[in-house]
Design a protein around this ligand. Structure first.
Ligand code: PLP
Length: 239
């Protein structure tokens, strides 16, 4: 256990140095960027260690793993982010523990989240997930709404009881015009964020960047980076 603690502390320190260096390079203050540790596939015991090490934001992408983990860690001062593709039949469970859903990408999901947030008397933060590689279907491979659909969905969230529009999220595309051009992708997300903030000034969150590309996200102006493997280690294949 102390071995794992040392490992996580060392990895966290490295990630912290990377974020600090990226902020400095971009002329940004370190406080402008919040680290969210993606704990998917790792046990509740790791989440507990991370909390002891000062982590305050954790993210999960599958309800079946996240629900028991959040329950086991309910005593910790953590904010839980849901970052995976979300089916409406999981909404009741997710609203039970998530403070923020970062993967809002369709109107049906907005309706379901709103209804459930009201029922559970919770206020749920929502990010619109943008698919910068969205094909003709208007949906991305890994979820997300195409840039064309952001404004309409943002308005829907902003007007939905129980929901709070916090901003935008993206995952750098592996295909399409932004493949291999993470910073350009994140700059496009920033443009969309500027336009959303025109109508919704409080929607200031810009969640972008993972272990491999957090520097590009910070350079582009991200307010939140979502880091998994660089803190916890390489995940087993599934997940
Ligand atoms: C897994 C995951 C991350 C973290 O990715 P790493 O490469 O492990 O840092 C970030 N965002 C989302 C949506 C994820 O599913």
């Amino acid at each position: 256990m102390t071995e794992r603690r040392d490992e996580l502390a060392g990895n966290l320190a490295k990630v912290e140095r990377r974020i600090a260096a990226a902020c400095e390079a971009a002329g940004r203050k370190r406080e402008e960027v919040t680290l969210i540790v993606v704990t998917k596939t790792y046990p509740a015991s790791d989440v507990r260690i991370l909390s002891e090490l000062g982590v305050r934001h954790v993210a999960e992408n599958r309800d079946q793993d996240a629900a028991p983990k959040a329950a086991a860690c309910a005593d910790l001062p953590l904010s839980w982010h849901f970052v995976g593709q979300l089916q409406t039949n999981k909404v009741r469970s997710v609203v039970g523990y998530a403070h923020t859903v970062q993967s809002v990408d369709r109107s049906r999901l907005v309706t379901a989240l709103s209804k459930e947030a009201v029922r559970q008397e919770r206020e749920l933060g929502c990010l619109i997930q943008v698919a910068l590689d969205a094909g003709v279907s208007g949906r991305g491979e890994r979820g997300g709404v195409s840039p064309d659909g952001v404004e309409e969905l943002a308005a829907l969230v902003a007007g939905a009881p129980g929901l709070r529009l916090d901003g935008l999220m993206t995952v750098a595309p592996l295909t399409g015009e932004y493949a291999g051009r993470q910073q350009a992708a994140f700059e496009r997300l920033m443009e969309l964020s500027t336009s959303v903030r025109g109508a919704h000034p409080a929607a200031t969150m810009v969640s972008a960047g993972m272990s491999a590309d957090l520097e590009q996200a910070v350079a582009a102006g991200a307010t939140h980076v979502r880091v998994g493997t660089a803190v916890l280690g390489v995940r087993p294949r599934l997940g």
